[in-house]
Design a protein around this ligand. Structure first.
Ligand code: FES
Ligand code: MG
Length: 571
C-alpha cells in the first residue's frame, strides 16, 4: 500500500492481486459518505449499536452514540457506527434467549468482516450484553462494553415503582383480587417510564455489573442510570478508551480470564444477582475455553456474603445502588476474596483500581462484608438424580421455610398444559405440593423461556399462598422471586430425569445438602426411561436459524451456547 493511500479502511482487506485498487475502491465509496482523505487515514473504532424500535431499554442510544463518537475522535480514531440485531426482552417470541446466540454471531462476524481496529459494544437489555461479550470474545479484537444503564423509578400513590419486580408484585395482587382492574391498568403506565434497563438487580443489571467486574467496561460505569449525564460521559470515555486500545491493544482474551471470571462469580453472588447470569457468564467464558463449574459456584457461594440490598431480593433500586457506590463499593468489600491482578480495558489491574477508589458507600444499600445481609451467596447449584448436571436455586430470593422439604409432585407436561390447568378450580394441589414443569428447556419447542416462575394456582393464591417449591428446566426472570429450582440439566425434552416425574411422586429438596432428588427407585426409573419417547421435531425437519438452534444448542450447564461456536482446540 502506498502511503498516499494509507487508511483505516485497509484493515482485513481481501487481496485480489491489486491491493491498492481495492483500497482505492473502499476510499471512493467511503468518500460518498462525505469522509475526507485526511479523516480516512485515521484508525477506525467500530461502534456496534443495538438500537431498535423493538427495544425500549435502548431508547436513548441515538443520543448516547454521539458521545461515543466524540470520545473516539478525541482519542484520535475515526468512529464508524454499525447496526447489529437487537434483543428487546419482552418483544421476542418464543423467548429472547433463543436469539442471544444469533446476536452473538452477528456481532462477532461484523467485527471481523468490517475494517475496524477496536470496537465499542452498545448493549443493555438482558441478552444483548452477553451476546456482545460472546461475539467480542470470539472475534478477540480490542472491545469496550458500554451498557444502557438502568431506568429510573416512578411513583404510584405513595409507592415507588420500578420494572419489573413491582410488575410481578402488582400482578400477583391483581390475581389474588387485592388490586382492581382499574388500578392495574393505571399502574401499567407507570412501571417503566424512562429509557434504560429494568430498574432492579435483574439480568440486565447483573450482566452490566459482571461486564465491569470482568474488566470489559470502564470502572464505575455499570450502574449509572440511563438518563443521568454521567452516562453520556461514560459513553465519551468508552469511545476514548477504545481509541486508546488501537495503540495499546488489550484483547478480550487478556481481560476475560479464569481469574476475572471467578471475580465475576463472586460479585454475582454478592449482588444476589440473576440466575440467568450463570448461563450467560458460562457462555461468555466458554468462548475463551474457560469452564464455569457449578461445583465451583457452590464452593464460592458458601464463602461469599450477599451485600447488596436491591430488589428483587431486597428493598432498593439500581439508581440507589449507583448513588450508594455501585460496583466499586462491592469490590472493595470483597477485596480479600478477589484476584487483584486481573486487567481491564483501561490497562489497569483491579488492584490499581481499588487503590484509587474514592471509598464512598451508602450502607443502607451496600452492606459491609463484616455485617452482610446474608453470610452466604445468593445462588447455589443443586445436584441429585433429578438434576445430574445441576440445577440453580436463588436462595436469597426463596422462602427459607421451604429449604428442607419433601413433597408430592404435581406435574405439568408443557407450557400449554400449565396454561390450561393451573387455574382450574378442580386442580388437585395443596400448598405443600411441589410444582413441576417439564419440556421448557433449551431444546424444547419453547426454547427455555422465563417460565420457571410458575404462577401459584389461583385456588391457592386466593387463600394467601405466596410461595411453593417449583421445579423446571426453564429459566426465571432476574426480577422474580420465590423458591424456584431452575435450569434442570439434562432437560426433559432430551429425556432427562425431569421427563420421568409423574404426579404423585415424592421429591426432596435440601438446600443444606444442595440436593434435589426424585424419590422413585432406580428400577422404576429405568422402566420409565425405556418407555420415554422424544417428541422433538428433529433438526432435519426444520429450516433456517431454527434448524441451527435445534441441532447446536447446548444444555444450561454449558451456557446454552451453540456447539459450533465453541473454540476450536489447538493442534
Ligand atoms: Fe430490557 Fe428488562 S426489558 S432489561
Ligand atoms: Mg429480565
Amino acid at each position: 500500500m502506498t502511503d498516499e493511500n494509507a487508511t483505516g479502511l485497509a484493515r482485513g482487506l481481501t487481496n485480489y492481486g491489486d491491493r491498492d485498487f481495492s483500497i482505492y475502491l473502499r476510499n471512493s465509496f467511503a468518500a460518498s459518505m462525505g469522509y475526507s482523505r485526511e479523516v480516512l487515514k485515521k484508525p477506525i473504532v467500530g461502534i456496534a449499536n443495538s438500537f431498535s424500535g423493538f427495544n425500549n431499554c435502548h431508547r436513548h442510544f441515538p443520543e448516547m452514540v454521539e458521545h461515543v463518537k466524540r470520545g473516539v475522535l478525541l482519542g484520535g480514531g475515526l468512529p464508524i457506527e454499525f447496526p447489529t440485531i437487537s434483543l428487546g426482552e419482552v418483544f421476542l417470541s418464543p423467548t429472547s434467549l433463543k436469539f442471544r446466540n444469533l446476536m452473538a454471531m452477528d456481532t462477532e462476524e461484523m467485527i471481523r468482516a468490517q475494517p475496524m481496529d477496536a470496537v465499542v459494544l452498545m448493549g443493555g437489555c438482558d441478552k444483548t450484553v452477553p451476546a456482545q461479550l460472546m461475539g467480542a470474545a470470539s472475534a478477540d479484537l480490542p472491545a469496550v462494553q458500554l451498557v444502557a444503564g438502568p431506568m429510573m423509578t416512578s411513583r404510584y400513590g405513595e409507592e415507588r415503582l420500578g420494572a419489573c419486580t413491582d410488575c410481578r408484585r402488582y400482578w400477583g395482587k391483581y390475581r389474588a383480587g387485592e388490586v382492581s382492574r382499574e388500578e392495574i391498568n393505571d399502574i401499567e403506565g407507570r412501571l417503566a417510564t424512562t429509557a434504560g434497563t429494568c430498574a432492579v438487580m435483574g439480568t440486565a443489571s447483573t450482566m452490566a455489573c459482571i461486564a465491569e467486574v470482568l474488566g470489559m467496561s470502564l470502572p464505575g460505569t455499570a450502574a449509572i442510570p440511563a438518563v443521568h449525564s454521567d452516562r453520556l460521559r461514560a459513553a465519551e470515555a468508552s469511545g476514548m478508551a477504545a481509541a486508546r486500545m488501537i495503540r495499546d491493544p488489550i484483547r478480550p482474551s487478556q481481560v476475560i480470564t479464569p481469574k476475572s471470571v471467578e471475580n465475576a462469580i463472586r460479585v454475582l453472588l454478592a449482588l444476589g444477582g440473576s440466575t440467568n447470569a450463570v448461563i450467560h457468564l458460562t457462555a461468555v467464558a466458554g468462548r475463551l475455553g474457560i469452564p464455569v463449574s457449578l461445583q465451583r459456584l457452590n464452593a464460592l457461594s458458601d464463602e461469599t456474603p450477599v451485600l447488596v440490598n436491591l430488589k428483587p431480593v431486597g428493598r432498593n433500586y439500581m439508581e440507589d445502588f449507583f448513588f450508594a457506590g455501585g460496583v466499586g463499593a462491592v469490590l472493595r468489600e470483597l477485596k480479600p476474596l478477589l484476584h487483584l491482578d486481573t486487567v481491564s480495558v483501561t490497562g489497569e489491574t483491579l488492584g490499581d483500581r481499588l487503590e484509587k477508589d474514592p471509598g464512598h458507600v451508602d450502607r443502607r444499600v451496600i452492606a459491609a462484608a463484616a455485617q452482610p445481609l446474608e453470610p452466604q451467596g445468593g445462588l447455589i447449584a443443586l445436584f441429585g438424580n433429578l438434576a445430574p448436571r445441576g440445577a440453580i436455586l436463588k436462595r436469597s430470593a426463596a422462602d427459607r421455610s421451604l429449604f428442607e422439604k419433601e413433597g408430592r409432585a404435581v406435574v405439568f407436561a408443557s407450557l400449554e398444559d400449565l396454561a390450561e390447568r393451573v387455574d382450574d378450580p378442580e386442580l388437585d394441589i395443596e400448598p405443600d405440593d411441589i410444582m413441576v414443569l417439564q419440556n421448557a428447556g433449551p431444546k424444547s419447542a419453547s426454547g427455555m423461556p422465563e417460565a420457571g416462575y410458575l404462577p401459584i394456582p389461583k385456588k391457592l393464591s386466593s387463600k394467601g399462598v405466596k410461595d411453593m417449591i417449583r421445579i423446571s428446566d426453564a429459566r426465571m426472570s432476574g426480577t422474580a422471586f420465590g423458591t424456584i429450582v431452575l435450569h434442570v440439566a439434562p432437560e426433559a425434552a432430551i429425556g432427562g430425569t425431569l421427563a420421568l416425574v409423574r404426579t404423585g411422586d415424592r421429591i426432596r429438596l435440601s438446600v443444606r445438602e444442595k440436593r434435589i432428588e426424585l424419590l422413585v427407585d432406580d428400577d422404576e426409573l429405568d422402566e420409565r426411561r425405556s418407555a420415554w419417547k422424544s417428541d422433538l421435531v428433529p433438526p432435519e425437519a426444520r429450516r433456517g436459524y431454527d434448524r441451527i438452534y435445534a441441532a447446536e444448542v447446548l444444555q444450561a450447564d454449558e451456557g446454552c451456547d451453540f456447539a459450533l461456536l465453541q473454540p476450536v482446540a489447538d493442534g
